[in-house]
Design a protein around this ligand. Sequence first.
Ligand SMILES: Nc1nc2c(ncn2[C@@H]2O[C@H](COP(=O)(O)OP(=O)(O)OP(=O)(O)O)[C@@H](O)[C@H]2O)c(=O)[nH]1
Ligand SMILES: [Mg+2]
Length: 310
Amino acid sequence: MRGDRTMADIQEAEGFQWLPAMDSLKQELQKQDPTVLSVVVALVVVLISLLLWKLLKRSQTSRRAVLLLGVSDSGKTLLLCRLLTGRYTMTQTSINAQTAAYRAKNDKGPSLTLVDIPGHESLRLYFLEQHKAAARGLLFVVDSSSFQREVKEVAEHLFQLLTDSTVLKNNPPILVACNKQDISMAKSAKLIQQQLEKELNTLRVTRSAAPSTLEGANTPTIHQLGKKGKDFDFSQLPMKVEFVECSAWDSKKEEGDANFSGVEDWLARLARPVPRQGTAIQQVCVLSHGGPLKTGDRRTSCNIVCMCIR
Ligand SMILES: Nc1nc2c(ncn2[C@@H]2O[C@H](COP(=O)(O)OP(=O)(O)OP(=O)(O)O)[C@@H](O)[C@H]2O)c(=O)[nH]1
Ligand SMILES: [Mg+2]
């Protein structure tokens, strides 16, 4: 019967075997032995680092999707076909998101998943909602030949992305692909960037000045875009935004003069694994021991336990 058991029995049966060890550790700590203290602190630091590294690695490897976004007719589906097969394909306005595995140039790691999101205004937010949490990068395609006409719609679409809470939480790198450069009226990437910055600056002012009565309980919070009190530019964003010129078209409708190598290079960079925590720990070791560690090495000194986990 439970009432007949001694305290020691209960401790043993209920997994309290570690209590004596804790007691002696407590006594050692009370004696304030600096060696014990520094080992305990170092162990805690290593454990926390390992935990953070695991969490970081899990979130980075789980996000492998690259979303192809942009207004309708900008060339997302043709660009997707080019990236996958190198060939020209006749396209029609997409009404569904298309998903395909893509292995970047010279990449031996896990493949990326390209997701072609329909650009039609009534569909794009619906499909974005479904895929945005998995986004490792956003490939925003612009029709450079009709940009002047569509600048407001393009900027509004970009504004929605840049102020989205999930996007802001993960900060995926963004590539603005200024497509259809084969058309003589096409605007350059530099001009598109400048005009978008201007338009986003205007949108930011008008959105923040919207009467609060319009913001009902169901209206999502609009996050601040860029730095307050400064004219907007892309460098103020938490994620890296790059611009590139490309053309998914070619006159022979085959593999001829289509040019999208800038997009391929960006995808190859995106596919690479991010430097691992092991590198940082190794740098600590270089500083504290005057020499780098090899894989699996462990050293304890100067209050830091170093372990190379590469
Ligand atoms: N000249 C030229 N035409 C292009 C280029 N890229 C795409 N197109 C054409 O532009 C039209 C629209 O291309 P899509 O790839 O279907 O456009 P989309 O962005 O997928 O459009 P939605 O599915 O409606 O969102 C097609 O007729 C393509 O052949 C390009 O670089 N140059
Ligand atoms: Mg399409």
